[in-house]
Design a binder for this molecule. Sequence first.
Ligand SMILES: NC(=O)c1ccc[n+]([C@@H]2O[C@H](COP(=O)([O-])OP(=O)(O)OC[C@H]3O[C@@H](n4cnc5c(N)ncnc54)[C@H](O)[C@@H]3O)[C@@H](O)[C@H]2O)c1
Length: 349
Amino acid sequence: MTEQYRGAVIGAGYWGPNLVRNFRGSSDWDLVAVCDLDEARARKVIGARSTVEVETDIDRLLQRDDIDAVAIATPARTHAPLALKALAAGKHVLVEKPLADTPEAAATMVAAADEAGRVLMIDHTYCFTPAVQYIHDVVADGMLGDILYIDSVRINLGLVQPDVDVFWDLAPHDLSILDYILPGGLAPESVSANGSDPLGAGKACVGYLSMPLPGGAIAHVNVNWLSPTKIRQMVIGGSRRTLVWDDLNPQQRIAIHDRGVDLAIQAADAEEQRRAATVSYRLGDITVPALPEKEALSSMVGEFAAAIREQRAPRTDGPAGLRVLSVLDAVSHSLERGGAPVSLESVTP
Ligand SMILES: NC(=O)c1ccc[n+]([C@@H]2O[C@H](COP(=O)([O-])OP(=O)(O)OC[C@H]3O[C@@H](n4cnc5c(N)ncnc54)[C@H](O)[C@@H]3O)[C@@H](O)[C@H]2O)c1
């Protein structure tokens, strides 16, 4: 039997209950406590007749020596102070996305975890879905060839959030997926973002961001709170095949198209290349892989335990959270500059 770890969830608002349910359902975990400033909220999450304890004071929670790890599901601005306290108390830490509210705060968390020799993991939930795992694997084994472009669309009628714009609300999902599937992680040289606020909400409700990727490729993300149609689609165009992921189509979540454009350049002379290039279209099969159905959060809490047990970095570690946050920060800078490209170096701490 593998060792069980004793955990606590901090924050029992909208998302915390999902973590509570998955920690409770996991054979890797013994959920000891749920902590929220609002006691009634924490009690409601654990339900009647539960042996899980309720705490309302983070310092008291962290003093307990019957807790190995905490999961933080509180508002983003509280992530860094809570995580730093937990790491200082010797706990392993799982943090909800985004890792922190600024790249500087996130970098401090990554350094503190290194120093304490504790696991710092970010809940980039999508990276634990069978679809994203599959995409990661086919990109890594070269089935798609070189990546030429990525187009990600995440639009729906969304709640206009009080504290963040549409990029900070929705794009962390796309960016964390890109970070996981791109060989070498998410490391664009620059980011350009354009947003619009056609209703006068005081923040971007519709957003487009573009990032040049190594080798001349480009990634584009479209996020939108105002669309009556919900779309969750990513197209990854490769030199050999193109993958289309439609997360709202359970019958065919992923399709791999052995179709595309080949450009045969026959002229040695660059001047003549444009005229001499012959375009041909490949019209091969479309493959639809069978994917298992498994709740992402269940795999995520399992990975948190495995990383602690094997003393290794988790699939979505602190640096992954920092990379995503650095791109979001660059997005905000680009918006302030009217969509001008912002180099990642200028925002990375
Ligand atoms: N992974 C995902 O797909 C996903 C989805 C939704 C939200 N989230 C993330 O989860 C986090 C929480 O979001 P939410 O929508 O549940 O927020 P929420 O406001 O609904 O809940 C936050 C809870 O934290 C409690 N809290 C605040 N400060 C605290 C403290 N110092 N100690 C103890 N409890 C404290 C509040 O009382 C509240 O109950 C955010 O980081 C959000 O981005 C992730």
